[in-house]
Write a protein that binds this ligand. Structure first.
Ligand code: ZN
Length: 414
């Protein structure tokens, strides 16, 4: 039995039928539909020479023991956002399954190194607002003490929802045991952006996940009557914020892959007859280079002070969240590029704007790389998310090539 990428596409459609509705995929982690998806996935493992268990963080591990205990990990996530797409996360898992089947067949159940496929629990954080939960348990970077009291929109705590699925948060740390013997981690994912489609390339090599600086910025001016206050005497907090909203395009524009987004803007008192006295904005800045990220953050701060002064306002910043850039393993990036070229003739290196489980694995010190396959229209987290079937098939073949190259590297390097 050799690699059969068409089977991966057929299984993705099967999963879509089983766990989607007219609004898209509904495999939200810690829900019945998600558990249904995992039960369906277990039926695909019947007859394979594997061991299968869930770890203390709810991650699903499928282990094909090899001649060496050194282990290649292949990962993905079956969970989706509500009304999500059919490929985000599940392509990785089902392509990984196909690669595992090929190794099992080719090496009669005993490949040169151990191969483990993992379906991470709750990559999306859709229900409790905490992304990368399972992989953070594996990496030992979780924040369980703070997370367990999070509630969903119905007031159910994370702790209760997880317990219902057999995960006890007191034992969460035991998931770190799964790191034993891990020599490399590879993950295939849809791009979720428009870059590869624009370049006309089916596949790309991911350099790492971008670091994020996320801040709340508040401009303070003076509420005043819109009829009585002359233009020159206003302290208009919105005017200062609006200048910054335009300036971030220049700040990001100096760097090829950097992005800055002002995604929320609230005005107070927010009525038609008053000059804005206070304006609350958010700024999300991302780049793969920590120096670029730091520079953009500094420039945005300086610009905000300048615009506040121009409008006779003041400004305050507070950090909402940040994460450092996580560059992937340089040799695995090379191997991924070779695999992509062998399948599609061309390759392109790009950073990932979204975070992925691969970032957590990399933070745990395990050599990691990701491969992207083109997303049509660059759309994801939406029922219209799609990728051409021929590209899906190529991505399975390229992941398989990358797996073989990585196994060879593990044998040589260790
Ligand atoms: Zn995903």
């Amino acid at each position: 039995m050799s690699l059969n990428p068409k089977r991966t596409v057929a299984e993705l459609k099967e999963l879509r039928e089983l766990t989607g509705d007219e609004n898209g995929a509904q495999r939200v982690a810690w829900t019945d539909v998600w558990q249904k998806a995992r039960k369906w996935f277990a039926t695909k493992l019947v007859g394979l020479p594997i061991e299968h268990h869930y770890d203390a963080a709810g991650n699903n591990w499928i282990t094909l023991r090899g001649a060496s205990e050194k282990t290649l990990l292949i990962g993905g996530h079956l969970d989706s956002v509500p009304n999500g797409g059919w490929l985000d996360g599940s392509l990785n898992v089902l392509a990984g399954l196909e690669v595992l089947r090929r190794f099992a067949a080719e090496f009669k159940g005993k490949p040169p190194v151990t191969i483990r496929l993992v379906d991470w629990a709750d990559e999306e954080g859709a229900r409790f607002g905490r992304s990368l939960l399972g992989s953070s348990g594996f990496a030992g970077t979780h924040s369980i003490a703070a997370d367990r009291v999070r509630t969903d929109k119905d007031g159910i705590t994370m702790e209760d929802a997880l317990r219902r699925c057999g995960v006890h948060m007191d034992h969460f740390q035991e998931a770190e045991k799964e790191r034993a013997n891990a020599a490399a981690y590879i993950e295939l994912h849809i791009e979720q952006g428009p870059v590869l489609e624009k370049l006309g390339l089916p596949l790309g090599v991911v350099l790492g996940t971008k670091g994020v600086e996320r801040h709340a910025i508040t401009f303070y001016g003076q509420e005043a009557h819109s009829g009585a206050t002359p233009m020159k005497q206003r302290k208009d907090a919105l005017a200062a914020a609006a200048k910054l909203a335009l300036e971030i395009r220049n700040i990001a524009g100096k760097h090829s892959d950097a992005v800055c987004t002002m995604g929320s803007l609230k005005t107070f008192p927010g009525i038609v007859t008053a000059v804005v006295g206070r304006c609350e904005a958010t700024l999300d800045q991302r780049d793969l280079d920590a120096k670029v990220l730091a520079q953009m953050y500094r420039e945005a701060q300086e610009a905000s002070k300048r615009f506040a002064a121009e409008e006779s306002c003041t400004v305050e910043w507070s950090r909402i969240w940040s994460i450092e850039p996580i560059p992937f393993h340089s040799h695995l990036v090379e191997l991924c590029e070779q695999a992509v070229r062998e399948i599609s003739g061309n390759s392109h290196r790009l950073p990932s704007g979204p975070l992925h489980d691969a970032a957590e694995v990399s933070r745990a010190g395990i050599p990691t790389v990701m491969m992207f396959v083109q997303s049509l229209r660059g759309i994801s987290h939406n029922k219209i998310e799609d990728t051409r079937e021929e590209h899906l098939e190529m991505s399975v073949a390229a992941l398989d090539k990358l797996a073989t190259k990585t196994v060879d590297w593990i044998l040589k390097a260790n």
